[in-house]
Design a protein around this ligand. Structure first.
Ligand code: BGC
Length: 752
């Protein structure tokens, strides 16, 4: 209370322009002077800090609940004791205006220097209003909506006292076995870059209000390439791959101004990324000019010991700090060993200051020294969370994330007044709807599929039954009930897939397939002779091969958050015409993983798709995925023709204009994502057979034709060498335009 009065009086003096005079009179340090430039305030504060206090700023501790393995004494009492000693600079997992204010008060009023805390939380796809999982959201190809979703998530989180989210995840991956594929951007570096940047803009805005929060790029770097898709596993890739395939989204997020970045759990070239001077200092700081701060992933500094890279906790601390890493999330080693390491000259004070500097910088930038409680506002928390407006945006985002993979005989949208049966255990279980990163989403407030369809169809929904059990198996009686339910209907909707509980961290699956019991269910339902629509819920592209030919239509629904059921119902009845396209390939079988569109040609490509002789192919399955990257149908149809380019020979300074006509040949208005790919056919380092380099999402009225134009410049035509330098090389190129990465028109051109 006393402090607040002082601050208010101080602000008045400031307005009167008497700050300097007062400063010297009352001896107010520069760091407390809001008129001084932030850099000077940081410098002043650093000069007053002991090494123990600096180590405290590098120490991040989890609050009540854990999002990683538990460490030492995690009691609240111990945390408050440590906090008072200046030993904690940031908390994760302390949430809510009241709780954050309470802890902030201790930091501000009961520590020697009164440095405010940062409160962080995994706000991955919404805080209270839950949006589609990031992978689904990416399938909308709607960058503005993605930015808006992140900004709503930030606004809600900020109203609950939070300053910082651990998002966006910018990891490219080709592996549906990896549970975290749900959290990312899919398999393409170009699109992954655009959506990562959009998410950063949405979370952060200009960071000059109480509606935005710090973003955190994760997991730096290459976490999406874990072997076998097994969480925390080895990564082993070349630098050429690193630069061309994996780094671009992190780099785009840095360029978009992301304030923070997280070291990943994996190694790169045999070195844990937290200890990788190459990744952290050479690339991130020196080459890219990243000025923000880094935080380790949960316990990752300490895990350098398990990796076999550090001898003990002290050694791990030294290796992390000397590589340029900064904040220690839950290893609790920097706080214990840094002071000693500095005294022994094993870590320099300059290194420590460089690590603490950006953390203090952002505490000043957020205005926390002037008003440490500005984000912790119970009134705002009551008003801003789960509002009708936010829920409406979640519905829009969900509608736009559902991918129509198959629609034989135009079974969808279902005809008005048709009788509909819904079968599927998950359809009426809220606990299975949200994923493992549900923010503070309230399961009870989720609209599940059964509720969504009931809202929309009323009495046309003639029956509902489980059909299978929670583990995906079935039984004779469940199948019997399913048949009875289906017999009353004209169309059968079957909700299959896997629970949201299997989407997220540590949810690797060796067999990302449609569970056996669900396949049996669909086979049984086939006996009715009625059209079957599969509504697939999952946080990853499941292998659909077993059911693909058994059903008329497939809507890939992912996990859509708060409005799940309403969104699926919108699409099922045609209130929303699907416009999403998958940003990951759907493998044909497990043995094909990793399968991705931007693969390489090999010396013996299987171009004729036939017997192939001595070509690179499987003997038992096709090389191609079941559904390729960029694929997604609409309730209308589109035709592409007249692809033309402005020149067949261009110089390195020229721009190549590429035009195509796209027509809506169906009877419904619809949106189409027009995609442009290139192939650099003669390069000093081989390039993928297709690389996305542009897209446009356009609305076409029924019967309408639009000319769509793209421009290719040196930027799109270059690639990276192993040192991260861009190369633009003369040679033969192909340009492709089409509705997905497979169905394209093409032209050749030469770069001189
Ligand atoms: C995850 C991160 C997450 C962190 C904090 C880790 O286990 O890998 O993505 O941000 O926990 O919850």
């Amino acid at each position: 209370m006393k402090k607040t009065i002082c601050l208010t009086a101080f602000s008045l003096l400031m307005i009167a322009g008497k700050v300097e005079a007062q400063n010297s009179k009352v001896g107010l340090p520069i760091y407390k002077n809001p008129k001084a430039p932030i850099e000077e305030r940081v410098k002043d504060l650093l000069s007053k800090m002991t090494i123990e206090e600096k180590a405290g700023q590098l120490n991040q501790i989890s609050g009540r609940f854990l999002t990683g393995p538990s460490t030492e004494d995690s009691s609240e009492k111990k945390k408050v004791q440590d906090l008072k000693k200046g030993k904690i600079g940031s908390f994760l997992n302390i949430i809510g205006a009241k709780k954050t204010e309470e802890m902030q008060k201790v930091a501000v009023e009961q520590t020697r220097l009164g440095i405010p805390l940062l409160f962080a939380f995994d706000v991955i796809h919404g805080f209270k209003t839950i949006f589609p999982i990031p992978l689904a959201e990416a399938c909308s190809w709607d960058l503005k909506q993605a930015e808006k979703n992140a900004s709503i998530a930030a606004r809600e989180a900020a109203a609950a006292g939070l300053h910082w989210t651990f998002a966006p995840m910018c990891d490219i991956t080709n592996d549906p076995r990896w549970g975290r594929i749900m959290e990312g951007v899919g398999e393409d570096p170009y699109y992954g870059s655009l959506i990562s940047a959009a998410r950063v803009r949405g979370f952060q805005g200009n960071l000059n209000d109480t509606a935005h929060i710090l973003a955190c790029i994760k997991h730096y770097a290459v976490y999406g390439a874990v072997e076998e898709g097994r969480e925390y596993n080895l990564v082993d890739i070349s630098r050429v791959m690193l630069w061309n395939k994996y780094l671009p989204p992190y780099k785009a997020a840095v360029d978009a101004g992301a304030a923070t970045l997280m070291n990943s759990f994996n190694v790169f070239e045999g070195v844990p990324t937290s200890g990788s001077k190459y990744l952290v200092t050479d690339v991130l700081k020196n080459k890219w000019g990243f000025k923000g701060f880094l935080v380790s992933d949960w316990g990752a500094f300490g895990e350098m010991i398990n990796h076999g890279y550090a001898a003990d906790k002290k050694d791990a601390t030294q290796k992390a700090l000397n590589a340029g890493s900064m904040m220690d999330m839950e290893s609790r080693i920097v706080i214990n060993f840094l002071p000693e390491l500095v005294k022994e000259g094993r870590v320099s004070m300059a290194t420590v200051d460089a690590a603490v500097w950006p953390i203090l910088y952002y505490k000043f930038k957020l205005g926390l020294f002037e008003n440490p409680y500005k984000f912790s506002n119970e009134e705002r928390e009551k008003k801003e969370l789960f509002t009708d407006a936010n829920i409406a945006e979640a519905r829009k985002a969900g509608d736009a994330s559902i991918v129509l993979l198959k629609n034989d005989n135009v079974v969808l949208p279902i005809r008005k007044n048709s009788k509909v049966a819904l079968i599927g255990y998950y359809a009426n279980k809220n606990a299975d709807v949200l994923d493992r990163w549900p923010g503070q989403g309230d399961t009870a407030k989720v609209v599940n599929l059964y509720n969504g369809l009931t809202n929309k169809l009323g009495s046309s929904l003639v029956g509902f039954t489980d059909g299978y059990k929670d583990d995906g198996t079935t039984s004779d009686s469940l199948l019997q009930q399913a048949l009875e339910t289906a017999n009353n209907a004209d169309v059968i909707l079957v909700n299959i897939g896997i629970s949201g509980k299997l989407a997220g961290e540590c949810q690797s699956l060796a067999n990302p397939i449609i569970p056996d019991g669900q396949v049996q269910l669909i086979k049984a339902l086939q006996k009715t002779g009625k059209p079957i629509v599969a509504l697939v819920s999952a946080g990853r592209p499941l292998i659909l091969t077993q059911i693909n030919d058994l059903v008329s239509s497939i809507l890939y629904c992912w996990h859509l958050g708060t409005e799940t059921g309403n969104c699926i119902a919108d699409v099922v009845v045609g209130d929303y015409n699907p416009s999403a396209k998958t940003v990951v390939s759907f493998p044909y079988s497990v043995g094909q993983i990793p399968v991705y569109y931007n693969h390489f040609n090999t010396g013996r490509p299987n171009t004729n798709h036939g017997d192939g002789g001595f070509t690179s192919r499987f003997r038992d399955i096709p090389n191609e995925p079941l559904y390729p990257f960029g694929f997604g149908l609409s309730y209308t149809t589109f035709k592409y023709d007249s692809l033309r380019i402005s020149n067949q020979n261009i110089t390195k300074k020229d721009k190549l204009h590429v035009k195509v006509n796209v027509s809506n040949t169906g009877k419904m208005d619809g949106e189409e994502v027009v995609q442009l790919y290139i192939w650099d056919k003669t390069a000093s380092i081989i390039r993928p057979v297709k690389e996305l380099k542009g897209f446009k999402k356009i609305l076409l009225k029924a019967g309408e034709t639009k000319e769509v134009e793209f421009t290719l410049t040196d930027k799109e035509l270059s690639f990276y060498d192993a040192d991260g330098n861009t190369r633009l090389e003369a040679g033969a190129f192909k340009v492709f335009v089409g509705a997905n990465s497979r169905d394209v028109l093409e032209k050749d051109f030469t770069l001189q």
